[in-house]
Structures are given as C-alpha cells and as structure tokens.
Design a protein around this ligand. Structure first.
Ligand SMILES: [Zn+2]
Length: 416
C-alpha cells in the first residue's frame, strides 16, 4: 500500500474543471484504493489558498490524445508547411521504422520521455510497417501505458516504399486488432493517415473494419488549406468531413487530428456523428497551419481533446500544450479556457471524451496513474487568501522539472 498526500487535483465533472483539494490517496494493487479530502472545494469568490513552497501536488497522469511515436526524432524541422514537411522530413524519418528492432527501442525511449513529462496515457500513430506497429503496442503494453496505437494506413500519394497494397493493409490492421483488441488497456486503433494518402477503397475498408471490431479510429482532418484543396481534387469536390463520413470513419470512437479549416456545416456533421477533434495548438503554430477555433467547436457541441502532435508539435509536456490552447483561443479573440478547465482537458476531459472510465481522475477504483508535482516558485501573500488561482499559477509558471515522480498502475516508473 502506497499513500500520497498533499494537494490533489480533483475533477469536477459538472463544471468540467479541476480543483485543488488537500488530501491523500492510497494505492493498492495498481488501483486507487481510496481518496480522502480534508477540505472543501474553493471557488474564486472564496479566495484561494496559496501554494506553499515545497508542497506536493498529486495529479492524475496526463493524457496526450495525438502523437506520432516515429516522429520524436524530427522535432524542430521548422519552416515548412504541412505537405512539404511530410515529403521532406517526415516520410524519410518514418523509413527507419522498417527495422522492427529500431522501432521497439525508439518506442521504449520516447515512452520513457513521456513519463518524465507526466504523460501516462496517449493515442499514437506509428508508421506503415506492421511488425513495428506490433512491437510498439507490445512495448507500450509491457510498460503499463493506457491508450491506443495505430499502424498508419497509406496506399497512395506517398513514397512507394511507404505505401502498401490496400488489402494487405486491412489484413494487417485486422491482425493488430486481434492482438490488441479495443477492450485492452493498450489497444490497436484503425489509423488511415489522412484522405490524401488513402484511396477511397482503403478508407471504406478501414471504416468497415473499425465497425466490425467497434474499434477506435485515428486520422487527420483539415489541418491546412492546401491539404483541403488537395482532398477536394481527389474526392470530386466532396467536403472533407463527408469523405470520412461516407467511409463510416466518423464515429464516437474517432479522433480527428486538427480540424482547423471547418465551417458550421462541417462542425454540425462532426457533432451529429459524435467524432472527437484532437486540438494540437503547438503543432499548428509550428507548421503555420492556422488557429483552431475551439469556441466554435464547443458551441457546436463537438468533443475536443488536446494533443502534442509530436513531431510537428515541439512540446512533449501536455501542460505546455494546454497553455498553448489557452493562447490560441485568446489570439482568436475568443474567451480563453480557464486554467482549471485546461487542466481538466489534459486529464478527466480527454478520458471522458475517449470513453476511458479508468483514468484521468483520482478516483477510487481507477488505475493509479499519478504524477507528483513539486512547484518551486515563491509564494506571495503568505498566510492570506490569494486572488490568483493556484491552478493558473501552476500552468503559466510551469516548469517540467516540477514533475518529481510518475506512477503507472501504482508502480513508480519515473523519478522518486
Ligand atoms: Zn498528427
């Protein structure tokens, strides 16, 4: 039995915000055995109890809803728009994954990096290489992560050695689902890269395969205007969202990266189908893709989660990604999310949107995927209530060195 005490990051599902409460959790056999809270929730009108130096903050592990395991080595290839960046940087890097052992070792290395940033769950893409996708699933599973990984499906408009014959890809994707079914804690996901690199037959077969297995689906949507124009050329001027809808790829278990260049009708389609958008603000800024209008998606009742989108994204920390999402909303002139709701986004909110009912919160019976944080900034107004929300202080003064220890299924796997 392990006990962690301090101030707990506790989810309030009714307001979709996190609050900080004094208390402790006990961990037994990989799960949270119980949660004890010693104070009442504090609201802005009460004034906030300031953070005190040395105080420990116990958080549910962070969830990254969109990343590319094969792209950690190309973070920082700046100055290219999406389609050129794919051709000149990404596809060459993804060739390395034809070596299964390379893929296995790289997965181990990048997942260890994620733990050091407090990320304990993720939705990841690999490459077109089947054995490497299986190897990545094995490593993530053995390390104890929660989430999903998909073998990238591409049968056209990419280098020929990174394309596969359509039926072979579907057979391989089916094999990943057999080995790591959707009910697994680390599951395979059906992952057509995006409409440009997938024939209509591949998209349709991928949709049918996902339906057959009730599997999660990952793909990209409307990241750049140039990409949208290319999709219109390839698919008889169809709306981008309808290309996916027609292939039965829009479901409540679908996570679409980006969704920047959408109109009201597109948003309505996404809401009706229950598909989830993975907002990746750092990657969007890096490639100059545009700024996603989160407020418009919220108003249309489209579920939105946050992703690092490494390697176009350059931040491995989900706290930094959450902060960037606040910045994007502010720069569009929208009402930005509060820090308390941004903390919710990278924990309970994503778990909720993805239907994961065992992570994202410090809650009895949940997996003990936990991050212990020790902020070191100097407190002000010692002994008095503060007018500054400590969750806002934590997010905006964030320093990755504050992550002191990360637990997966109750085991200390980083720091300590
Ligand atoms: Zn991506």
């Amino acid at each position: 039995m392990t006990t962690l005490a301090g101030r707990l990051l506790v989810a309030d599902s009714s307001t979709r915000q996190m609050t900080l409460r004094s208390g402790s959790i006990r961990i037994n056999d990989g799960r949270i055995a119980d949660v004890t809270l010693n104070d009442d929730a504090i609201t802005t009108t009460d004034g906030f109890r300031p953070l005190t130096p040395g105080e420990l903050i116990v958080c549910p592990g962070f969830i990254d809803a969109h990343l590319h395991l094969s792209q950690f080595g190309i973070i920082g290839a700046h100055g290219l728009p999406l389609l050129k960046w794919l051709d000149q940087v990404t596809f060459p890097a993804e060739r390395s994954w034809q070596d299964e052992n390379f893929a296995r070792e790289m997965t181990r290395s990048v997942l260890t990096q994620l733990l050091s940033f407090g990320t304990t769950s993720f939705c990841g893409y690999t490459t077109v290489h089947h054995d490497s996708a299986i190897a990545a699933l094995e490593v993530a599973s053995q390390m104890g992560f929660r989430g999903m990984i998909g073998q990238v499906l591409m049968d056209r408009n990419a280098p020929t050695d990174l394309c596969r014959e359509t039926n072979r890809l579907i057979d391989e994707a089916a094999e990943t689902l057999k080995r790591f079914p959707p009910t697994s804690e680390m599951a395979a996901a059906v992952t057509p890269r995006f409409a440009i690199t997938c024939s209509p037959q591949l998209l349709e077969s991928a949709g049918a395969l996902a339906a057959e297995h009730n599997a999660a689906i990952q793909t990209h949507l409307a990241e750049t205007k140039q990409e949208c124009a290319r999709v219109a050329e390839l698919f008889d001027s169809a709306r981008y969202v309808n290309v996916y809808q027609d292939a039965k790829l829009l479901t409540p278990r679908t996570i679409l990266g980006h969704g920047i260049h959408l109109d009201a009708l597109d948003r309505q389609t996404l809401a009706t189908q229950g598909a989830v958008i993975a907002h990746c603000p750092t990657a969007n800024r890096f490639l100059g893709s545009g700024q996603m209008n989160r407020q418009a998606l919220d108003q249309a009742q489209v579920n939105v989660v946050l992703g690092s989108d490494i390697g176009a994204g350059y931040e491995r920390s989900m706290v930094s990604v959450a902060r960037a999402a606040i910045g994007t909303a502010a720069s569009l002139g929208n009402t930005p999310p509060t820090a308390a709701s941004a903390w919710y986004d990278i924990t309970a909110g994503t778990a909720d949107a993805l239907g994961w009912d065992d992570v994202g919160q410090l809650r009895q019976g949940y997996r003990a995927d936990v991050v212990v944080i020790q902020p070191d900034f100097t407190t002000q107004m010692q002994g008095h209530d503060s007018i500054i929300d400590p969750l806002s202080q934590l997010m905006f003064a964030w320093d990755d060195r504050w992550v002191k220890q990360t637990y997966l299924r109750g085991q200390s796997v980083w720091g300590g």
